[in-house]
Ligand binder design. Structure first.
Ligand code: ZN
Length: 155
């Protein structure tokens, strides 16, 4: 999705999405990461490389995300990275489940009440089912990364 296809979204939301797209936060990969995942969205060609450093208390200390693709996928990844820092893996999982639910209109609690109002900007893409995959790519990548991390710990 090129930036000019965002015209159906609210102006303010568009602005925030484009800002994250043009200046992605935490975009230096973590070399000694112990939480890693790679995501690809074949519908749009979006790619996400996710790395993070988790401490012994399961708390996410550093995040590094690199990617390419549409504005929705990349801004969602950038916002996710900012939200993840300082959270435990359990918090991160809760956050991703809740975000998925809001994108599928099945959430009971609003993003604002869940302390995730930063993600409101992505709600406009619900009108475009194919774009929902873009918005969720970083999050499914995170989920895979956490699953691998936990399997390794229990293995
Ligand atoms: Zn996309």
């Amino acid at each position: 999705m090129s930036p000019d296809n965002l015209h159906d979204l609210d102006d303010l939301y568009q602005e925030v999405i484009l800002d994250h797209y043009r200046r992605p936060r935490n975009n230096a990969l973590i070399h000694d990461a112990n939480l890693e995942g790679e995501g690809f969205n074949p519908f749009c060609g979006d790619r996400i490389l996710f790395t993070a450093l988790v401490d012994e208390l399961d708390c996410i200390q550093q995040v590094g995300i690199k990617g390419e693709g549409c504005a929705i996928s990349q801004s969602s990844a950038s916002i996710m990275g900012e939200l993840l820092k300082g959270r435990t893996l359990d918090d991160a999982l809760q956050m991703l489940v809740h975000f998925k639910q809001t994108m599928q209109d099945t959430a009971i609690v609003s993003l604002e009440n869940a302390g995730l109002s930063e993600l409101e900007v992505l709600q406009g893409v619900k009108k475009f089912p194919i774009r929902v995959k873009c918005a969720l790519l970083a999050w499914t990548t995170l989920q895979d990364a956490i699953n691998v991390h936990r399997n390794r710990q229990s293995g």
